[in-house]
Design a protein around this ligand. Structure first.
Ligand SMILES: [Zn+2]
Length: 79
């Protein structure tokens, strides 16, 4: 980890921990439906993976499954 201390934008806690997925960065884009990119603004925040995931509604949460993907890297399926 670098000298930067990350704080979670959702819970406010320090992001240093033993999670394999943290720290996470969350980007937000405004006016995503506009054709002119100059109308679009972007900001990035840091958060715990679990905090962000838990802030999503359950139906959307199913699409965010980094933990399954990291499991597949460790345990390849098939031979
Ligand atoms: Zn958090």
């Amino acid at each position: 980890m670098s000298l930067v201390i990350y704080h979670c934008a959702i819970c406010g806690e320090n992001l240093e921990g033993d999670s394999k997925l943290d720290p996470c960065g969350i980007s937000i884009f405004s006016n995503i439906d506009k054709e002119n990119e100059s109308d679009m603004q972007e900001a990035m925040f840091f958060s715990h993976y679990e905090c962000f995931r838990n802030s999503l509604e359950p139906g959307v949460r199913e699409y965010l499954n980094f933990e399954d993907q990291s499991q597949q890297i460790q345990e390849p399926i098939g031979e």
